[in-house]
Write a protein that binds this ligand. Structure first.
Ligand code: FES
Length: 101
């Protein structure tokens, strides 16, 4: 079972394979449900993946298009609602506006 570490703060949570980073963040009370309920439409679940990027699902077109419309996107950016866990651990950083830690 992969482990998600949430920065800042370093909270850890066990994650079921196949679940999204957003589901894990909500379960850990680290993120309120964003406006689009995980449909890659609002961009409010933008996170940086600090480690474990290759263990997450690949970026699909809809996520790419949404990320292209967000300011401050970098090479570590993902939408938490679209990034799904495989078997590897990950460390993600919440951005200031949605960090509850
Ligand atoms: S929850 Fe809206 S884009 Fe991810």
């Amino acid at each position: 079972m992969p482990i998600l570490t949430i920065m800042p703060g370093g909270t850890t949570v066990n994650v079921a394979e196949g679940s999204s980073v957003l589901e894990a963040l909500v379960a850990a009370n680290s993120m309120v449900i964003p406006k689009c309920n995980g449909n890659a439409e609002c961009g409010s679940c933008h996170i940086f993946v600090q480690e474990g990027r290759k263990g997450l699902s690949k970026i699909q077109r809809v996520e790419h298009e949404r990320l292209d419309s967000i300011i401050g996107v970098g090479s570590k950016s993902r939408l938490a609602c679209e990034a799904k866990f495989g078997t590897e651990d990950a460390i993600v950083e919440l951005l200031g506006f949605n960090s509850g830690l």
